[in-house]
Write a protein that binds this ligand. Structure first.
Ligand code: NAD
Ligand code: MG
Length: 391
């Protein structure tokens, strides 16, 4: 029986992970459930899954969590605060599902790597900010990093093992990430000026949290994924390509030097990648039906519109500049997306805010996590000030 820690249990990925775990009570149990600030939703999950530990990152939620667990007659231990979250995740489970949104997930992912755990990585921002520290910790402590992001999971399935060294493999020519194009595919830049958060969050193929939904609408999600692929598979920017594929059935492709292209296909359902990560190298039932190509009818491909969606090139540029720049890019993006969701910033201004922050902040990455988080904080301040000046 494997104990699984789910960080971000109340989110979209967290829910999908719990769904797969519930299908295999003989193999897995949810031993740790952690969330940001939604105490009631976390309590609800605890009543259902009876974990040994529950963690709320927001310290203000501790009393309600502890009392709620007691009222429910559960033996679940209550913890609070980001330090407890990282510690409990690393110590109380063999497998950690990293499904926190944003750079907030960095310390817990690193702690899991340092404890030598299997990490099912959904939290792409953690790699964008700390890919160097994370891959070094994984190698030093014998941890396993299994990508859950659907594109990277597809690539992991199609690359020669170990996938982490695919960039040095003489047979791999390049990788191609597919992008759905998001809800605004086909629109011109001018047509994007007045779009609302509701329109941006209405993704055609995937049901996801609000932050990643906005990232999908700007194509920043694909930009973050290019950076993520660089760290997970050791490939330079020149060997990572992006193609828009509106049906989201081909999840990504690998080109080999002999002219072969391997792709992984499937319905757009994150439970496939989560089941793959849980059971690898085996495969288990995920609750996802088979892809029926006759019913799908067609698979379309087109180049991304880099004028309407400048976030993609901002991300490529930051990747070429180094991990300090990708940390700044990510921080500015988190601030800009949050402002857009609160209607304080227009859709197109998000990329302007990120570009201005990249110009203004010296991207010194430092040598450790502390320095990196300080850079992240500086970039957030600059991005917030930029937004305040637009009003
Ligand atoms: P979500 O908003 O639905 O859930 C986020 C979770 O993180 C929640 O449980 C929330 O409580 C928790 N959280 C937020 N801030 C926190 C903090 N400071 N400390 C601790 N916990 C915190 O998001 P999601 O769609 O599930 O996405 C989670 C991550 O997975 C993101 O990095 C996203 O890019 C990635 N991802 C998601 C999908 C998807 O289909 N949803 C696909 C690929 C990758
Ligand atoms: Mg993805």
């Amino acid at each position: 029986m494997k104990r699984i820690a789910i960080l971000g249990a109340t989110g979209s990925i967290g829910g999908s992970a719990l769904d797969v775990i519930e299908r295999h009570p003989d193999r897995y149990r949810a031993g740790v459930l952690a969330a940001g600030r939604q105490v009631e939703a976390l309590l609800e999950l605890c009543r259902k899954h009876r974990p040994e530990h529950a963690v709320i990152a927001d310290p203000a939620g501790f009393r309600r969590l502890r009392d709620g667990l007691q009222e429910a007659g559960l033996a679940t231990h209550a913890h609070a605060g980001p330090e407890a979250l990282a510690e409990v995740a690393a110590e109380e489970a063999e497998t950690v599902v990293a499904a926190i949104v944003g750079a907030a997930g960095v310390p817990s992912v690193l702690a899991a790597a340092r404890a030598g755990r299997r990490i099912l990585l959904a939290n792409k921002e953690a790699v964008v900010v700390a890919g160097d520290l994370l891959t070094a910790a994984v190698a030093a402590h014998g941890a396993e990093l299994l990508p859950v992001d659907s594109e990277h999971n597809a690539l992991f399935q199609c690359l020669p093992q170990p996938a982490s060294r695919a960039g040095q493999h003489p047979a791999v020519r390049r990788i191609v990430l597919t992008a759905s194009g998001g809800p605004f595919r086909g629109r011109s830049r001018d047509e994007l000026a007045a779009v609302s958060p509701e329109q941006a969050c209405a993704h055609p193929n995937w049901s996801m949290g609000r932050k990643i939904s906005v990232d999908s609408a700007t194509l920043m999600n694909k930009g973050l994924e290019v950076i993520e692929a660089h760290w997970l598979f050791g490939l330079p920017a020149e060997r990572i390509d992006v193609v828009v594929h509106p049906q989201s059935l081909v999840h990504s492709l690998v080109d080999y030097v002999d002219g072969s292209t391997l792709a992984q296909l499937g319905l757009p359902d994150m439970r496939t990648a989560l089941a793959y990560g849980l059971a690898w190298p085996e495969r288990i039932e995920a609750g996802v039906g088979a892809l029926d190509l006759l019913r799908a009818g067609r698979l379309d491909f087109e180049p991304p519109d880099r004028t309407a969606f400048p976030a993609l090139d901002l991300a490529f540029g930051a990747l070429r500049a180094g991990i300090g720049a990708t940390t700044v890019l990510n921080a500015a993006n988190e601030v800009a997306v949050s402002a857009f969701l609160q209607r304080e910033l227009g859709f197109l201004a998000m990329a302007d805010c990120i570009a201005a922050t990249l110009d203004a902040v010296a991207p010194d990455p430092g040598a450790d996590l502390e320095a990196r988080l300080a850079l992240d904080a500086r970039a957030r301040r600059v991005a917030s000030d930029w937004i305040a000046r637009q009003r």
